[in-house]
Ligand binder design. Structure first.
Ligand SMILES: [Zn+2]
Length: 478
């Protein structure tokens, strides 16, 4: 099997359960479903963190957030975290492949450490007037937000306006156009292409026809009232943001229709991306990896239109691998995690990893040699709450690291309890905390979770010292 190129498609905040190939009742994802039919779908794939920055870093480095050092998200990622990450010399997939002669391309705007190792790392709006203003505004960080609002034509007041200002115009069509340009210009050179779609991130605002098509039974006023929802949100800024997200919607079902419409819109563009690979004669030799950085809570567990909390809707992500040489229509049951993507891609490219990874290649699962190799998956939340979870067998245990860590920074209340246990086989929507009824299961999972964290922290500290020694050696100081 020859894998010449790799395309990694990340659909931000896309939860697995709203895709047709993961059993959703609405037809949100015909093109993604077709990729799944032609390839391998992992039924139980999990992200490593419920926020973009640490999650994407784990996905593209093969290291858990505790190992890599990037645990926070957005403006809360400290300089120390970034320095630690650089200091550990953890290579991103882009760096590993760039050093092997690949053209490394990305359509994404996150920048900072995410941009390491790319020949071309471009935002979808690069090139135009708005792109120029965006770049200028980013350089002038003090005034960048005001500039973004005043100069880029985004007339959006307040805190959520600033949030929106972070990804103006990252529209799926533009993202896809840019990706198609890069594919067409690859000129026979092997490439890695990362394509990051944003439309499924709140505020869900796809072209009208996509949202309209998903409005089945909406606007009947059956679902929760918005004033009730807004009353549950403690932070006034966050309340403003949610108010902005639900603007013009009749009820929660209506917002869900917009989210589903956003999936359908991105799916349509993914279809165009796959067509571009086909038309350029590259599809046969290109591995496509489709996933999301985390899921989304739409109205589940009292968490509205965002991705905090460690419940399934937020951490169970789609993962599909497609390539002419892989088995078609294969569904893998075993537990897998984002950290397994880099080892799998390297395995398929027959490239050695440069350093130890936390993940493992998924090829034995794909070939059916083994049913699964992970007895558990582990996910962390540092941005909004401070929580960790372990999923093992049908059980899932979630705990807050401290009483303060249990309080949601946005909603200013505690979602769930300090400790929660669910039996996902009996209760897939995690509605009944059975911790009091199953103390022995909780105790075992509590211990495993704590061992996992301690093991990685120790390993990570070692890695850091070694990294520092290497660094000093390279500077001739040791
Ligand atoms: Zn909350």
């Amino acid at each position: 099997m020859e894998v010449r190129n790799v395309v990694i498609i990340v659909v931000d905040a896309l939860r697995a359960r709203n895709l047709g190939c993961y059993g959703y009742s609405k037809n949100t994802s015909p093109n993604i479903d077709s990729l799944a039919r032609e390839g391998v779908l992992f039924e139980q794939a999990y992200c490593c963190s419920n926020c973009t920055d640490p999650s994407l870093t784990a996905m593209l480095s093969g290291k858990y957030p505790i190992s890599s050092g990037i645990v926070n998200h957005g403006a809360r990622v400290t300089e120390e975290e970034i320095q630690e990450f650089h200091g550990k010399r953890i290579a991103l997939l882009s760096e590993m492949l760039q050093s092997r002669g690949f053209s490394t391309l990305a359509v994404d705007w996150l920048g900072r450490w995410h941009g390491r190792g790319y020949t071309c790392y471009c935002a979808p709006w690069d090139g135009g007037t708005r792109g120029f203003l965006w770049r200028t505004a980013r350089r002038l960080s003090r005034v960048r937000l005001r500039m973004l609002q005043q100069l880029s034509g985004l007339v959006v007041p307040g805190w959520w306006g600033r949030e929106l200002g972070k990804f103006p115009d990252a529209d799926a069509r533009k993202v896809c156009d840019r990706a198609v340009e890069l594919i067409s210009a690859s000129g026979g050179r092997r490439f890695l292409l990362l394509v990051h779609f944003w439309d499924t991130h709140s505020r869900y605002n796809p072209p009208r026809r996509f949202a309209e098509a998903m409005k089945v039974g909406c606007g009947q006023g059956r679902s929760q009232r918005f004033d009730e929802i807004l009353g549950q949100i403690g932070d006034p800024k966050w309340r403003d943001y949610i108010r902005y997200c639900v603007k013009g919607a009749a009820d929660v079902d209506d917002v869900i229709a917009r989210y589903d419409g956003a999936i359908a819109y991105v799916d349509h563009e993914i279809g165009r991306l796959v067509d571009a690979l086909r038309q350029n004669g590259l599809l046969e030799k290109t591995l496509i990896v489709l996933t999301s950085d985390h899921g989304e809570s739409l109205a589940d567990h009292g968490i509205y239109f965002t991705h905090h909390g460690l419940y399934e809707e937020t951490i169970h992500v789609p993962l599909i691998l497609s390539h002419a040489g892989l088995p078609g229509n294969r569904r893998v049951r075993g537990l897998v995690q984002h950290i397994d993507i880099v080892p799998t891609v390297l395995d398929l490219l027959k490239v050695e990893a440069e350093s130890a990874l936390d993940g493992e290649s998924l090829l034995p699962l794909i070939s059916g040699k083994v049913e699964g190799f992970r007895s558990a998956v582990y996910v962390e939340e540092f941005h909004t709450e401070r929580k960790r979870t372990i999923r093992a067998g049908s059980y899932k245990y979630i705990h807050a690291l401290s009483p303060e860590g249990a309080v949601c920074r946005y909603c200013r209340r505690v979602h769930g309890d300090m400790e929660e246990l669910y039996d996902l086989r009996q209760d897939p929507l995690e509605t009944t905390n059975i911790i009091a009824a199953k103390p022995e299961v909780a105790s075992e999972l509590r211990e495993r979770l704590s061992e996992w964290a301690m093991h990685l922290q120790k390993k990570s500290a070692r890695g850091s010292v070694e990294g520092r020694i290497r660094e000093l050696k390279s500077m001739g100081r040791v």
